[in-house]
Ligand binder design. Sequence first.
Ligand code: NAP
Length: 320
Amino acid sequence: MPALSAPKILVHVRNTDATDWIDGIKRWAPDIEAVQLADDRLPDGLDPASIDISVCWRMPHGLHAQLPNLKLIQSMAAGVDHILSDPRRPAEVAIARLVDPWMARSMTHHVVSQILRWHRTLDRFDACKAEESWPTNVIFDPDAVSIGILGMGVLGQAAARALSALGFPVKGWSRSPKSVEGIDVLNGADGLDGIVRTSNAVVCLLPLTTETADILNADLFAKMPSGGFLLNVGRGGHVVEADLLAALESGQLEAASLDVFRTEPLPKGHPFWRHPKIWPTPHIASEINLPTATRAFAETIRRVRAGEVPDGLIDPEKGY
Ligand code: NAP
């Protein structure tokens, strides 16, 4: 990447004033110039050719195509599907995703909380309040359940290690072979099949790509041991919603914890809101932490200025 003397940054967070983000980045990189959109459009008087870097969450489609000198599109999140889905995205511009250790810690907390809620049947005890009596013979054995993590990247590996440390047998699935201590990582269609058939709980931590869209479907649910648990913290586009509702209805799945949805926020009246076996959360499994994320963005800007390769560059061909 060619070095830049004084980059100008466009910062956009959908439906949110980006001033805090601009101030946060400038705290670490005081000499940059940064602007934000006005009503989802470039501000009046801004020369589109002056923008070098876009830092964004869900930029309006077509906007990046208006910036002829753009060198880098930096996602404000770990996922880049919101950038790649723009049909007018300038194909020659590099894309980077956010890599921030804070996110892996936050995601791990969420995954562990939901797995334990399911494993320790915490909802059952809430329901006991109505009866004013407890169930008998309550035993929780982590060895008796197996957990499959789909996606063994930065977040998947962190969650897998934490669950394994809690005593759960854990397997993982990734695109390429990898070795993670204490965890079997499988690949390909056969690997997925092997994991799903032996996992009482499936955790989705995949990026949304053409290969992974709709992967949480009737076929996958049918292969899981009966009475299983689904935790989707990847993207809403991974789940075939009608198939999930049918699997919960038949008892093939016992419960599903969903942090991401095809439409966000989850629309009023959507069946997931009131379903007793669905535990929805509002895309908070790993929220972006402004102080650490803006520091990471400033480091990316420093690297671009110096002509170095920024962290988290993605491969648009692979889609992540
Ligand atoms: P990452 O480091 O890029 O890891 C992605 C993992 O998925 C890698 O292990 C990759 O395999 C695997 N993968 C991709 N395509 C695959 C395929 N076709 N078959 C098998 N494995 C495949 O990403 P990350 O930082 O862990 O984040 C993962 C995803 O979590 C993000 O893309 C985003 O969708 C989601 N996320 C959600 C939240 C939330 O709050 N709910 C927050 C952050 C992120 P390789 O290792 O072989 O490349």
